[in-house]
Design a protein around this ligand. Sequence first.
Ligand code: GDP
Length: 423
Amino acid sequence: MARIVCHHLVLPLKSSSSILLRSNKSLQYCPNLLIETSHLVGFRRRFSTAKISMSLKAGIVGLPNVGKSTLFNAVVENGKAQAANFPFCTIEPNVGVVAVPDHRLHVLSDLSKSKRAVPASIEFVDIAGLVKGASQGEGLGNKFLSHIREVDSILQVVRCFEDNDIVHVNGKVDPKSDIDVINLELIFSDLDQIEKRLEKLKKSKVKDSQTKVKEESEKSALELVQEALVDGKPARSVPLKDYEKDAIKHLCLLTMKPIIYVANVAESDLAVPESNTYVKEVMNLASELQSGLVTISAQVESELTELPSDERTEYLKSLGVDESGLGNLIRETYSLLGLQTYFTSGEKETKAWTILAGMTAPQAAGVIHSDFEKGFIRAETVAYNDFVAAGSLAAAREKGLLRSEGKDYVVKEGDVMLFRFNV
Ligand code: GDP
């Protein structure tokens, strides 16, 4: 029995089925196939806990009263409005899903006359409970830290707005101190983990030479990171070689994760954030710590979710900005993590997929499903601009713009792809 992927789920499929293409052994991933199953309401219900695959996870952290919940709630409201795009996604109480804005998705969807357009998405995870001393078990302590271990990037909300009615946990608005507190907690936690791991490695009695070499690289890499952490520097600032990074990857060190500082400003500062001295301070720290920076007004994001969509642009204009801060945040996350997008496009669906820059065609196919990677035969690929110029996939094929690429092909930003694979 062959299998076919239905929106990240594997459905058993009789090899005689009419939706198998070409032969009963070689399947072509075609977005049209996805929707063949969308009328299976019972199926959908049964699998309603399935999650969007390869959705990036960004964890929102910050001290109390900096605007985390306000921002997170805006994210959740935004996600609810887009829920139709994510029919298979379960939203947990501390997770909000936001679509990655991309005008190309709609252009392709129109050209392919797709029934729906499915954007790439980012999951924002609300990681509440960080207080000074978390690494020693204060507040939600270690639970908080274990949640951070699971995310791809950390978004630290830093309070840059003055409001005498809203108490600051340290008595005054002080971005540097806020950033230091969180960094220190992350550093303490990493130091603790490294000490435990080094202790274990010291006691290791492995005999085979290959494992010995591996453990040696891990040990030396950990010692380098330990030195930096003791100096108050994050693990990501240590220039490790790829094999050293690989050797310590399993520890999921918190300070290895990219951080974006989200400077939460008053709405009056949105148009010219540099005029706010707190934002300037965060800017300097972000560049020192090799991190990203986005200015946002959590309050405005929250107000935007309450407005009908046609009034949002007007409201943003009145504040002197073109776009909501969430869009910027998503773009910054993409850029910091070195991510890019490719598309699949057909009559039933056009979809944006997120991959790491440098991924090969089989790896990119694996984002849809691991079977696509394992059984990869080749990819038919057309650049976004060529697709648009040709007007359709069929026209692109006729004009020779649709290329057949093998397993070494490195996917380019905006490629529109069809995968052929064996199962
Ligand atoms: P959290 O503890 O970090 O989750 O902070 P909250 O999101 O609960 O915000 C604390 C208080 O600050 C709430 O009363 C929010 O309405 C307020 N707040 C959040 N963002 C802003 C902002 O940009 N400007 C102002 N003036 N108040 C804000």
